[in-house]
Design a protein around this ligand. Structure first.
Ligand code: SIN
Length: 477
């Protein structure tokens, strides 16, 4: 492994400079970090051909051996944690402490799926015919196209890559244009630990929609795993219908964060900080709509503002920073527009000030008096803005929470055990945090319902989408 930043495409075990390059810049100040290969269709064809060529060999390789390589890749990530985290902070802007947490989170998927590779069990079914034996085996689905977002460049890759390789699939990955360097750094480590050529390929692109569309349309690709916007996910699903490709979609969120009157308010504030401000508010699981039962609304807002006011906004590389820059200027404009709309429609600014559009560093804002007519009630904010609305009762809080087409995650704070269960069951979401602001972990199924997506990542369920069931009926008499 070299010390320099890898910027070439990685195809069939070779680093390809290509004929065109695109710049990757630090979102804090637009400093150039690297010039990266702008892959073209010929490169995609080569990557897909390699993934298809090695698939039969990789799939037949004993699962413990595949798992061991994944484990080794996870261990290498951890042993190079600081270097990988610094690269992540540079290309994504996130605070260094969060970048370190992301490297650990990403490595945990490789370790988890590395172990899980040996547990991809089949079934034996009792037959009604005594002369038959019925078995079910789980077979790797084939070469997979993986499209990852910029907000967690390592973890969103390894959550897919780990499951795919454990199952015996091969992968062609297209990272987000803003953050291809982490994916290329991982390919470098994969080469180093001895992953065979062609098993994991990376095709960076500055015209991701077009090249990604080309990649997904290749007939050898049998499964697509995408994390990104609902609109793009819907288009991918439509296009995948032509070849009936399997699709996993991890899409947008609009998470409610409910604080009921009997909640431990200090715990709720601590949970709110994690659920809202991780990655400067740029996560699909970010708490987007705070719904607080009326009797404790003022007390919660006061404690929340006191805690939020202490967060340090600054350059991600400074160890004290809690909130780094948002990814680009269009993110600033979107956030500013949502805050502006809310204030014009009557929201009260409890803390902070609307962004002035001059910097990507957005100081956290707390808004109260949110109503459903405000755009931020329906829109994924993806920035450090807290929107507070009150509810008169538990039932009203649930109704408000479910008033969205999204259903990725929901959070609820209450001390009452029966309420915890009742509200968690009533919330329309794929995941629920009960007195917990961070649900993401390798062992648990991550994914949404409604417009938040299809399929699950992480956990043993995360492997299911990379396998086909094959039923075998054998006559023995
Ligand atoms: C995401 O924002 O897409 C995922 C965040 C997580 O895994 O916690």
């Amino acid at each position: 492994m070299s010390e320099t930043i890898k910027g070439d495409a990685f195809v069939d075990g070779r680093w390809l400079p290509g004929t065109a390059r695109f710049p990757v810049k630090d979102p804090f100040d637009d400093t150039l970090i690297a010039e990266v290969t702008d892959a073209d269709e010929a490169m995609v064809d080569a990557a897909v051909a390699a993934a298809a060529r090695v698939f039969p060999t990789w799939k037949r390789r004993p699962a413990p051996e595949r798992g061991k390589l994944l484990g080794q890749l996870g261990a290498r990530m951890l042993s190079e944690e600081r270097r990988l985290a610094e690269l992540c902070t540079r290309e994504n802007g996130k605070p260094i402490k969060e970048a370190i947490a992301e490297v650990r989170y990403a490595a945990s998927f490789l370790t988890w799926f590395g172990a899980e590779a040996s547990r991809i069990y089949g079934e034996t079914i009792p037959a009604s015919n005594p002369d038959q034996r019925l078995t079910v085996v789980r077979e790797a689905i084939g070469p997979v196209a993986v499209i990852t977002p910029w907000n967690f460049p390592y973890a969103m890759l390894t959550r897919k890559l780990g499951a795919a390789l454990a199952a015996g699939c091969t992968v062609v990955a297209k990272p987000a244009e803003a953050t291809p360097l982490g994916t290329l750094a991982l390919a470098d480590l994969a080469e180093d630990v001895g992953l065979p050529a062609g098993v994991f390929n990376v095709v960076p692109s500055s015209h991701g929609g077009k090249l990604g569309g080309y990649l997904l349309s290749r007939p050898q690709i049998r499964k697509i795993s995408f994390t990104g916007s609902t609109e793009v996910g819907q288009q991918i699903m439509k296009n995948a219908a032509a070849d009936l490709k399997r699709v996993s979609l991890e899409l947008g969120g609009n998470a409610p964060f409910i604080v009921l009157a009997d909640a431990d308010l200090d715990a709720a504030v601590a949970g709110a900080l994690v659920a809202k401000f991780r990655n400067s508010g740029q996560t699909c699981v970010a708490a987007n709509r705070f719904i607080v039962e009326a009797p404790i609304a003022d007390a919660f807002a006061e404690k929340l503002c006191a805690a939020v006011g202490k967060l340090v906004v600054g350059r991600g590389s400074d160890s004290a920073t809690d909130i780094g820059p948002v990814i680009d200027n269009s993110a600033v404009e979107k956030i500013a527009g949502l805050v502006d709309d809310a204030v014009k429609r009557g929201a009260t600014v409890l803390l902070g000030a609307p962004p002035d559009g001059k910097t990507r560093l957005i100081h956290p804002i707390v808004l109260a008096g949110i109503t459903p007519e405000m755009a931020l009630w329906r829109t994924e904010i993806f920035g450090p803005v807290i929107a507070l609305r009150t509810a008169a009762s538990e039932a009203e809080a649930i109704a408000q929470a479910n008033d969205t087409e999204f259903g990725l995650v929901a959070y609820v704070y209450t001390r009452d055990g029966a309420r915890q269960q009742r509200v968690a069951e009533a919330l329309e979401a794929g995941m629920v945090g009960v007195n917990e602001g961070l649900v993401s972990t390798a062992q648990a199924p991550f994914g949404g319902i409604k417009h938040s997506g299809l399929g699950r990542e992480g956990s043993r369920h995360g492997i299911d989408d990379y396998t086909n069931l094959k039923y075998i009926a054998t006559r023995i008499g």
